[in-house]
Design a protein around this ligand. Structure first.
Ligand code: GTP
Ligand code: MG
Length: 198
């Protein structure tokens, strides 16, 4: 899919204030620092559309980006990092949960996983939550440039095994990406394109 336009629309912590147009949207969620904001820049071919940082905890709001004037990418704060206070952590959790529970326009979430890390409890629990809430999701493995290709395939095989021995009977759609090398860009965009046309 060709990206002709990508524009920032609004940031907020209140799902009721998100754009009210009935356009399909796709939200990136995952541990802080996993590369959610970088992936939005990579997919849209823009350097600073979404704010990124080497320090975890950069994205603190729900951010809507309108793509090709007819669908949205949504950047969310990360979960599971130590550097913010307990209080702001629980505020994030509350509005992230509200976003997933209330947002009718959400077509699919993508759970981002750093390819170097083996399956972690917090991610498995979040996928469990999405499953129980009947929210479709895909998995995006990030930072594939940090490992070799063979290693990447082996890590994904291990991940699959872990997922299938927890509560899942099948692996959700998944993608291997690197925002540094622009790996996986077409695959993710084509997947979204296919769903948008259903
Ligand atoms: P929060 O907003 O804090 O939840 O983090 P985030 O998930 O949005 O991560 P962000 O995109 O800000 O990236 C975090 C760090 O990882 C930055 O230093 C990025 O440059 C780096 N990073 C992101 N994607 C990649 C990638 O594909 N490869 C490499 N090598 N580094 C990456
Ligand atoms: Mg971010």
């Amino acid at each position: 899919m060709k990206i002709n336009s990508a524009e920032f629309i609004i940031s907020n912590s209140d799902v009721n204030k998100c754009p009210n147009e009935p356009l399909p949207e796709y939200a990136f969620i995952g541990r802080s620092n996993v590369g959610k904001s970088s992936l939005i820049n990579m997919l849209t071919n823009q350097k600073n559309l979404a704010k990124t940082s080497s320090r975890p905890g950069k994205t603190q709001l729900i951010n809507h980006f309108k793509i090709n004037s007819n669908w949205f990418l949504v950047d969310l704060p990360g979960y599971g990092y130590a550097k913010v206070s307990k209080k702001s952590k629980s505020i994030f959790q509350k509005f992230i949960t509200e976003y997933f529970e209330k947002r009718q326009q959400l077509v699919s979430a993508f759970v981002l996983i750093d390819i170097r890390h083996e399956a972690q409890k917090i991610d498995l629990e979040f996928m469990q939550y999405l499953g129980e809430s009947e929210i479709p999701f895909g998995i995006i493995f990030t930072k594939a440039d940090k490992v070799g290709k063979t290693k990447a395939l082996q890590l994904i095989a291990d991940y699959k095994k872990k997922l299938l021995t927890s509560d899942w009977s099948e692996m959700p759609p998944y993608f291997i990406t690197s925002s540094e090398h622009k790996t996986g860009r077409e695959e993710v965009l084509e997947y979204i394109n296919t769903i948008n046309q259903d």
